[in-house]
Ligand binder design. Structure first.
Ligand SMILES: [Zn+2]
Length: 70
């Protein structure tokens, strides 16, 4: 058998960028980042609004309030 032709396989940590949930699993990759995961994805939560999209709407409403005051 040849040596050093296989990538290193080990336990890595993946972090969800939407809800910061961490997952550990075996992979040859060094690091994995997720946009959505089973913890926060609409399919699993039943929540129809996207986590990031909701943040954008809140930001828009803040700007709207500011513009009304001036
Ligand atoms: Zn998540």
């Amino acid at each position: 058998m040849k040596k050093d032709i296989h990538p290193k396989y080990g336990q890595i940590k993946a972090v969800c960028s939407s809800c910061n949930a961490e997952f550990e699993f075996g992979s040859t990759a060094d690091k994995v980042t997720l946009d959505v995961c089973s913890n926060c994805h609409a399919f699993y939560t039943g929540n129809r609004t996207d986590v990031k999209a909701r943040g954008r709407v809140e930001r828009f409403n803040k700007i709207l309030e500011k513009s009304k005051k001036n």
